[in-house]
Design a protein around this ligand. Structure first.
Ligand code: ATP
Ligand code: FE
Length: 347
């Protein structure tokens, strides 16, 4: 099969072509426009998607060296995400499926972050079921028990901010651009961990909380800047290294606890924050220390991309799970809810 995947849930317009499990093209247009606002502006995001979607899809088809008529089905992100952004991808996918007379396949964005592991070149080997997937992105932070491609259970999640949001908001306190996650990662490489100590949250079960650390960083910075206005500038690398280390420790503590209690040693990470080098190193260390088999997706399949959407669409294509053309975008599309189908099965 040849699947065209379309992703437009947040601020990246992306299209990819998947043949079998192999990615032939994976194109993304990133929206620089949001950087100066310190976050994604929904209204601007949907307009930019509107401008980008045709050239991005055309480029994906061209780079894959296929013809539009070779496409077997079209997969698109139904949600979760910004409604205005989702609507652009959804409408475009529906129209294209209609005009090419091929099936339409709806995809849950979070399932796609997880199932990106099954793209042919995402890992040397795909994870074995059941595995635990620490899913960490700009909008979500959760530990998912993945029993099968379409059988997943959230065993823990954040009760407030997502990990990516914590990186971005703390970076903003340091005066960094949006998204600050990758910038903190870069600066942390030249800094010393443990230069500054931030309290970790005490929270039950496998759940997370990240709003407390954000507030304690804010108060700490305000206090230090009053004494020395150049404090951030003089300590930026060490601040980034210390914050990153704390965030990674919070993430890994619960993941380790879950692995132990559920007695699972197939451990994966997914989502934008899984690009973080501190998190990747911590996974490596745990692999050695605890005998985990770890799965860290290739960098380009971590942050939002259409390759992962095409991957889920392919799995659904093989099962004959097609969407009706009357389907609508769903901003709060829950990962577990996505298994209760409102799709028509066509055989
Ligand atoms: P969701 O998937 O929950 O809907 P999203 O799609 O906006 O949210 P992603 O694109 O998966 O999120 O991830 C973006 C987030 O990942 C941002 O918060 C960004 O700062 C963070 N991020 C990206 N690279 C890194 C990195 N190297 N280190 C830390 N954080 C990073
Ligand atoms: Fe995402």
């Amino acid at each position: 099969s040849i699947i065209l995947g379309i992703e437009s849930s947040c601020d990246d317009t992306s299209a990819a072509v998947l043949k079998g499990n192999k990615i032939l093209s994976n194109i993304a247009a990133n929206q620089e426009i949001h950087n100066e606002y310190g976050g994604v502006v929904p209204e601007l995001a949907s307009r930019a998607h509107q401008q980008n979607i045709i050239p991005v899809v055309a480029k994906a088809v061209k780079e894959a060296n296929i013809h539009k008529k070779d496409i077997s089905a079209i997969g698109f992100t139904r949600g979760p995400g910004l409604l205005g952004s989702l609507l652009v991808g959804t409408s475009f996918a529906k129209s294209l499926a209609m005009s090419l007379e091929v099936p339409l396949i709806e995809v849950n964005h979070l399932q796609a972050h997880i199932l990106a592991h099954f793209i042919d070149d995402a890992n040397p080997e795909p994870p074995n079921f059941p595995f635990l997937c620490l899913t960490v992105s700009g909008g979500h932070t959760m530990i998912v028990l993945v029993k099968d491609y379409f059988d997943m259970e959230i065993i823990g999640k954040t009760i407030d901010d997502a990990a990516g949001e914590a990186f971005d908001k703390i970076g903003k306190i340091f005066g960094l651009d949006y998204p600050a996650g990758p910038i903190i990662d870069q600066l942390a490489k030249n800094g010393v961990e443990n230069s500054f100590k931030f309290n970790k949250p005490r929270i039950e079960n496998f759940n997370y909380s990240f709003s407390g650390i954000k507030t304690s960083v804010l108060y700490f910075i305000q206090k230090e800047v009053r004494k020395n206005p150049a404090f951030i500038k003089e300590n930026l690398n060490d601040l980034c290294a210390s914050v990153q280390q704390t965030l990674v420790e919070i993430l890994m503590d619960k993941l380790e606890k879950a692995a132990l209690e559920l007695n699972i040693n197939e451990i994966a990470i997914a989502g934008g924050v899984s690009a973080n080098s501190g998190l990747r190193e911590a996974m490596q260390k745990n692999a050695e220390r605890l005998g985990w088999n770890i799965y860290i997706p290739k960098f380009e399949y971590t942050t939002d991309n259409a390759a992962m959407i095409a991957m889920v669409a392919k799995l659904k294509y093989d099962r004959g799970e097609f969407a009706d053309l009357s389907i609508s975008a769903s901003a709060r599309y829950d990962i577990e809810e996505s298994f209760k189908k409102d799709v028509t099965i066509i055989d």
